[in-house]
Design a protein around this ligand. Structure first.
Ligand code: NAD
Length: 331
């Protein structure tokens, strides 16, 4: 029997694990709701493999040394980001680290579609009016998506799915990306960033957060956009200079923004602050603006994505425990 311990499991992951176990009778899986750290690493003693999904960095050498001492050969992440792992320390202790590079690009893309259509059809304003029993039409006339140009900054795994969705709806799709993918030639036209900033009706960003993309969307960039532009960010908060975005929304430099991520979200999103205060002035300002909508980083959060996160990570773990090589090894 192969014994696996899953750290920091979510309730919806438990459902997938329970289903997976029906087809893997030679595996025992136990789980907990704590993160892997120096205080919890001893829980792994006696197991053949571990996985985790957490925000906080595991930087104390003791964690890696103890896992090695317990005979464990891997740390399997159930998410894409691996900045929580000290890869050199893992390597020194013969621990193979894997991630799940793509659990469902479609999940985020459909959120982009939802936010775009919500803003395009003025549903934010409409909903507020209807709740106040105001059923007037003033200012609610919309444009139609097939008449519009969607500009994608970063057409990788998620951005290319966004392109396919909007192309299917009849929109003109432009993309700026240093990598040109021939398979997207029938879906989009590659242009430079400036062309997108100046001409697109909907601008959606899907770059990773890198030194080169930190505050890529600053005041100068928002100034280039049309006053009718809808801006969407479901990538990383710090790709956007948030005060510059707030100014652009307040001054109607752009029409509206749909955000699934914002700077300083880490200790806020996925937590309940309905009875206590939270500390993020940007978020409070954005939430109060009539031309912005905010979702708490749930773009990825679909049934397919959770199933893939669990199943791909368990497959990687069994591969490494069996002494084979996983295609998702990071070290
Ligand atoms: P990816 O690596 O597949 O694609 C990123 C693309 O951006 C690449 O094609 C790259 O060449 C391009 N790029 C890099 N710098 C650029 C620049 N300056 N200008 C234009 N293009 C640039 O990444 P992905 O899996 O598609 O993820 C995209 C983003 O989505 C990441 O920021 C990721 O963190 C985020 N994400 C968000 C959620 C969510 O729930 N909202 C979930 C998963 C991923």
């Amino acid at each position: 029997m192969i014994k696996i311990l899953m750290y920091n499991i979510m309730d919806d992951e438990k459902i997938v694990v329970t289903e997976w176990l029906k087809h893997h009778h030679d595996v025992q899986i136990d789980w907990n709701t704590v993160t892997l750290n120096p205080d919890t690493v001893d829980l792994a003693n006696g197991y053949d493999g571990i996985s985790t999904e957490q925000d906080n960095l595991i930087d104390d050498p003791i964690v890696y040394e103890k896992l090695h001492e317990f005979g464990i050969k891997q740390i399997t992440l159930r998410i894409t980001g691996y900045d929580t792992i000290n890869l050199p320390l893992a390597t020194q202790n013969n621990l193979k680290v894997t991630n799940v590079p793509a659990y469902s690009p479609r999940s985020v893309s459909e959120m982009v579609l939802a936010q775009t259509m919500w803003l395009l059809r003025n549903l934010h304003t409409t909903q507020q009016r209807v709740q106040n029993h105001d059923f007037t039409w003033d200012g609610l006339q919309s444009r139609e998506i097939h008449d519009l140009t969607v500009g994608i900054i970063g057409a990788g795994k998620i951005g290319s799915e966004v392109a396919r969705i909007f192309k299917a709806l009849g929109a003109t799709v432009l993309a700026a990306d240093p990598i040109h993918r021939p398979e997207l030639n029938s879906v989009l036209t590659y242009v430079d960033h400036e062309t997108i900033f100046k001409t697109a009706d909907i601008i959606t960003t899907h770059t990773p957060l890198l030194d080169s993309t930190y505050h890529l969307f600053d005041a100068a960039v928002f100034q280039q956009m049309k006053p009718s532009t809808i801006f969407i960010n479901a990538s990383r908060g710090s790709v956007v200079d948030t005060p510059a975005l707030i100014t652009a929304l307040k001054n109607h430099t752009i029409a509206a923004a749909g955000l699934d991520t914002i700077e300083g979200e880490a200790d806020i999103f996925s937590n309940d602050f309905s009875t206590t205060d939270f500390n993020n002035a940007y978020l409070k300002t954005i939430m109060a603006l009539p031309n912005a909508i905010m979702t708490p980083h749930i773009g990825f959060y679909t049934d397919n994505a959770i199933r893939n996160m669990v199943e791909i990570s368990l497959h990687d773990m069994l591969t490494i425990i069996a002494g084979k090589t996983s295609e998702h090894e990071l070290n």
